[in-house]
Design a protein around this ligand. Structure first.
Ligand code: WT7
Length: 633
């Protein structure tokens, strides 16, 4: 693989500076301790938080796979993310720096954020919101989405954030599944210079799913939208009423009380509403955030995800706020008005850590390095990647052009289901580009075959997690059977969690995530990851993005079908198609040579940036494409 990027080394050592600053210097030692006495380790992490009442038991595993953590304990995540910071210097610190796409800026100190959250929590209570009810949030990337989430948690209600890029049916389906009575939305947001109209979509969704009794709308764009008497309220009207006072009691929730549900992107049929809790999730996001990003009080952290995804929940909102960090939030598109928008903001706000996805990196890489080069990015200390395997081309660009060879890249593997990072480097570790490195503390991972036997080093297998962890989703809302079936049935004898990914572990114990099991293509009995083939294609100078799928073939079981997007200045043609096929053959082996290669202008993607191979496959086979509710644009 390394041949593709000639100057990319097999491994990268952290600089003295990075090492000196890192919280954990000896990963192996701490890891061993954490595994040998797991409950002790998590109790130690839990003690760093404030509890109303200490837990009786760290882990209750008597109802496998419905594990419970810190049972008997009372804790509210908001008490840790906001309340406790009001008593010390953190109250004066910036919690949020927000920039809108048109260039407007808003900032909130911890003190100010707490006031807003308390006010809105009082409003929600006055609307009859009760602990344990699900409140749906459908908003653009504006500070009020965070205020809304935190206000729900404060009163013990369960938030269900539906990504603002979803449309009518997806929203309606999620409202209905959660039986939500209250909806919090906005008139719209700004994206690529245009106002999106969320409220109108919400109105349509409310027609289809009649459970909503109260809809609260934040005014962002000022675009006209229909408001229904007795159902619709403007956020600013409510927030200026006397009942929106800043004195507000934080509900003393149980450790196992649900904090939020989050639906996973519908790559497989009906969305699954995964349930996360106040206790375990607080402990898990707080500690992964601290160790993986080596967070310092003076840091400004930018997770360039949307709060509507788990990455946003865990590392844009909860992990940073519990740790008293300053978070950056940006409303719009990375290339608006120009492809230097992100780099400009990193310079302007002195961002120290940037956490984003390979898709975003590739998207910006496309415009060339000069956009980044014109900005002073010297405030950056660490970089992060999440969501999909990062290909060598993107890794190199991120590392060299953005990080100037100084900033380690934390390639964090995890899932909506896991609540937080599972396999990830720490800043003090040796990095191998393309590898998510090693399991986080307390996490026992393995790569196994169908029988549950560990495969040899370097061989591909199924990724499993062998023991529970505090951040794990507790169930699927309203469908515990599906939870058991999806994640625990395959290795029920061993009681292992099935991650749904295939991976390899090398001789040094580094994990290489290959991709979803459903994206693995078997050609003549050989297993190939879509991501591997795509990575090979992208390493060709003509290709900016690619997608590979398997199509049934009588002779070989499956054959590879590739769709590629060309870089500017390259023309599609038979000659180039042959070149690209040969390039893959050269990079991986004859077995990986695509049988079909087509050129396209764009790839069907979910709004979280994952290629929808299912759609490509259906198209290639001339079948129905099925549910397209998560398709971007
Ligand atoms: C799936 C989970 C976790 C937040 C965003 C995605 C893939 C995630 C990595 C990584 C390779 C990764 C896996 C996983 N994935 N991070 N660093 N390297 N693959 O959350 O939507 O729940 O998706 O994303 O396939 O199973 P998600």
């Amino acid at each position: 693989m390394d041949k593709q990027v000639s100057t990319l080394k097999k491994s990268y050592e952290p600089s003295k500076e990075v090492k000196k600053h890192s919280i954990v210097k000896d990963y192996e030692k701490v890891y061993l301790e954490s595994i040998n006495n797991r409950e002790n380790f998590w109790a130690g992490e839990a003690k760093k938080l404030d509890w109303y009442r200490k837990w009786d038991k760290v882990l209750d595993d008597s109802k496998h796979p419905f594990y419970e953590w810190f049972t008997g304990g009372k804790i509210n995540i908001i008490h840790n993310a906001l309340d406790r910071h009001q008593k010390n210097a953190t109250r004066n610190k910036l919690a949020i720096i927000w920039e809108g796409e048109p260039g407007d800026v808003r900032t909130f100190s911890y003190h100010a954020l707490n006031r807003e959250v308390s006010k809105f929590a009082n409003i929600l209570r006055s609307m009859g919101a009760k602990p344990g009810e699900v409140i749906t949030i459908y908003m653009p990337q504006i500070p009020e989405i965070i205020i809304a989430m935190l206000a729900c948690a404060k009163i013990g209600a369960i938030h269900s954030v539906v990504y603002g890029g979803f449309s009518v049916e997806a929203l309606a389906e999620r409202i209905e599944d959660a039986n939500s009575r209250i909806l919090i939305t906005a008139d719209g947001g700004f994206r690529r210079g245009k106002a999106t109209s969320l409220k109108n979509i919400a109105n349509e969704a409310m027609k289809r799913s009649p459970t909503i009794e109260v809809c609260i709308t934040v005014k962002r764009t000022g675009e006209e939208c229909y408001m229904e008497n007795d159902r619709d309220f403007w956020y600013h009207d409510l927030m200026s009423m006397p009942l929106a006072c800043t004195n507000c009691y934080t509900e003393h929730t149980d450790a196992e009380d649900p904090l939020f549900i989050l639906y996973t992107s519908g790559t497989t049929g009906k969305p699954k509403g995964l349930v996360h809790t106040h206790g375990g999730y607080s402990v898990y996001t707080a500690s992964t955030f601290r160790y993986v990003f080596d967070i310092k009080p003076e840091d400004r952290f930018w997770c360039a995800a949307d709060p509507g995804w788990i990455t946003g929940h865990s590392y844009m909102v909860y992990g940073p706020l519990i740790n008293g960090a300053t978070i950056m939030m940006y409303e719009g598109a990375p290339n608006h008005p120009y492809p230097n928008r992100w780099w400009q903001m990193i310079e302007k706000y002195g961002i120290n850590i940037l956490y984003t996805s390979p898709t975003a990196i590739r998207g910006l890489m496309r415009f060339g390095s000069s956009w980044a080069d014109r900005h002073n990015l010297s405030s950056l200390r660490l970089l992060g990647s999440v969501g999909e395997p990062i290909n060598p081309e993107a890794w190199k660009w991120y590392y060299e052009v953005i990080g100037k060879g100084r900033c380690p890249i934390m390639d964090t593997w995890w899932q909506t289901e896991t609540g937080g990072h599972m396999i990830t480097p720490l800043p003090s570790m040796t990095l191998k580009p393309g590898s998510a490195a090693k399991p986080f503390f307390g996490i026992e991972a393995a790569v196994v075959d169908d029988a549950g036997k560990e495969v040899k080093a370097g061989e591909e297998g199924t990724l499993v997690i062998k023991a529970p962890w505090p951040g794990m989703a507790r169930t699927i809302l309203g469908d515990p059977d599906r939870y058991v079936e999806k994640y625990w049935e395959k290795y029920s004898k061993q009681k292992w969690y099935l991650a749904g990914d295939s991976a390899r572990k090398d001789e040094d114990g580094y994990y290489w995530i290959i991709g979803r099991i459903d994206d693995v293509i078997k050609v003549s009995g050989y297993r190939l990851g879509s991501a591997e083939i795509e990575s090979a294609l992208v390493s060709h100078p003509a290709v900016t993005e690619a997608a590979a799928i398997g199509l049934p073939d009588e002779l070989r079981g499956n054959i590879i079908h590739a769709t590629v997007i060309l870089r500017q200045g390259f023309e599609p043609g038979d000659k180039l198609a042959e070149d690209l096929k040969s390039h893959v053959e050269k990079e991986i082996g004859p077995i990986a040579r695509p049988s079909f290669l087509v050129f396209a202008e764009s790839l069907p993607k979910t709004r979280s940036g994952k290629i929808m191979r299912r759609v490509l496959k259906a198209r290639a086979l001339g079948q129905e494409t099925g549910d397209l509710s998560t398709l971007e644009e």
